[in-house]
Design a protein around this ligand. Structure first.
Ligand SMILES: *Cc1c(COP(=O)(O)O)cnc(C)c1O
Length: 446
């Protein structure tokens, strides 16, 4: 017999510490307990239905309870739930590695598994660092990051993060980095007269520091957690050119942008860019199970080869790395991409979202709308003319998502930027509903 809502809510208050949540106010809000999902919908304990407007934190791709994915996980469960990749292998991990290498930007032939986006980034940072150690260039050990960057919450990932609210507290624990300004055009002082100072500054930093730089790390095309900050066309290609010209590795964190989110399978493909290392997670299993991968070029991989006693080995790995159930889900997800021609079908949805966002941009409290593919941010402001934000304590973004919840949509803001990030399988009709509910929620919340 399942426990009733009141019991669960009490136990939640007594024992659960929710991530990224100020628990003090949280206990006073009505707790929403999701009991099941179907397609783009989530259902709560009372059977109320909600559109999953942020794809269960940016990871769901083909919908909940997708039969092919359910079957793939169940079928793998008939064989084994978990076996390690440390010194052993299993079919799903092998097959998925081959598929990922096939579809990734050219050159990324090696797949190193871990469990979530943060660990994929940790692995990439340590690989980049050790690559130069193994190559006899240990002085190349610094990382260049972007302001507003987000790469996860473990300490290495935090060190290359650029969101003061999330990262500043931990500064004494972090290794020092170089930081280039992200292209946040809406709040850029030079926006009327763009001289591309942001990318120029990055190029200058790479040129000036290349002797000590191991790698540049960034979220290609769209910075997610910063508040959906898109890069102007050509930006990524210039970063690639600068890093290549100066012998600095490029780490593309595609944890959020990967698997169709921006309209191509990987965001790097918009600019024909092949990074040296690429981090994948969130959508890798269709959003079903935790699994991540750090893809590397053969050149990086080969720098780790040697006799055992040379200690060039990559001494890194997690217990559940490349878990078979998760890898089976990953394979099934890629099969759906192919069978349903998912990427080819996105154009119409992306176009519709663009039109709906353009209409929303006229709203008196919408300062800016930003979109790449099915990844969008709506920045709310107190004053549209001056672009003055709402007072932080007012929690405008949070109010909006509470209103959305009453209207039947699950959203999650980044500050006062409302994020839209539906599963890619959303229909045109459902997408219209999502943007309509978002508009109503904004009206009620601001
Ligand atoms: C979510 C995210 C991460 C962290 O992934 P987790 O699975 O939450 O550890 C890293 N990079 C980017 C760009 C992300 O959006």
């Amino acid at each position: 017999m399942p426990y009733d809502y009141d019991t669960l809510a009490r136990w939640d208050r007594e024992h659960l510490w929710h991530p990224f949540t100020q628990m003090q106010g949280f206990a006073r809000e009505e707790l929403l307990i999701i009991t099941r999902g179907e397609g783009v919908y989530l259902y709560d304990h009372q059977g109320r239905r909600y559109l999953d407007g942020v794809a269960s934190l940016w990871c769901n791709v083909h919908g909940h309870r997708r039969p092919e994915l359910d079957r793939a996980v169940a079928a793998q469960l008939e064989n084994i739930a978990h076996s390690t990749l440390l010194g052993l292998a299993h079919p799903p991990a092998i097959e998925l590695a081959r598929r990922l290498a096939e579809m990734a930007p050219p050159g990324l032939a090696r797949v190193f598994y871990s469990d979530d986006g943060s660990t994929a980034v940790e692995a990439a940072l340590k690989m980049a660092f050790q690559y130069w150690v193994n190559r006899g260039r240990p002085e190349k050990r610094r990382f260049l990051k972007l302001s507003g960057g987000y790469h996860g919450d473990t300490l290495g990932a935090v060190a290359v993060g650029g969101i003061p609210l999330f990262h500043e507290t931990y500064r004494p624990l972090l290794f020092p980095t170089l930081e280039a300004p992200a292209p946040y055009c809406y709040r850029c002082r030079d926006r009327e007269d763009c001289r591309e100072q942001c990318v120029t500054r990055l190029e200058e930093l790479v040129a000036a520091h290349h002797r000590e730089l191991a790698a540049v790390i960034l979220e290609p095309v769209m910075q997610g957690a910063a508040g959906m900050i898109p890069q102007p066309p050509g930006y990524l290609a210039r970063v690639r050119d600068a890093t290549r010209a100066h012998g600095v590795l490029l780490i593309a964190d595609e944890v959020a942008t990967g698997f169709g989110r921006t309209g191509r399978m990987f965001a790097c493909q918009h600019e024909g860019v092949s990074p040296d290392l690429m981090c994948l997670a969130k959508g890798l299993t269709g959003g079903y199970l935790p699994l991540a991968a750090t893809l590397a070029t053969e050149e990086i991989y080969e720098a780790f080869l040697g006799e055992f006693h040379e200690f060039k080995t990559f001494f890194h790995g997690h217990t559940f790395t490349g878990n078979p159930l998760a890898a089976a889900a990953g394979l099934a997800s890629l099969e759906i991409f192919k069978k349903d021609r998912v990427i080819e079908g996105l154009g119409e949805k992306i176009g519709l979202l663009a039109r709906e966002l353009a209409a929303l941009a006229a709203h008196p409290h919408v300062g800016d709308v930003r979109q790449r593919g099915l990844m969008a941010g709506i920045e709310l402001v107190q004053d549209k003319e001056t672009r003055e934000p709402f007072p932080v304590a007012r929690r405008t973004g949070h109010r909006v998502i509470l209103a959305a919840r009453k209207l039947g949509a699950i959203l999650r803001p980044l500050g006062d930027t409302v994020v839209l990030m539906p599963p890619l399988c959303i229909t045109l009709e459902e997408l219209k509903t999502l943007t309509r509910l978002t508009r109503e929620a904004i009206d009620q919340g601001v």
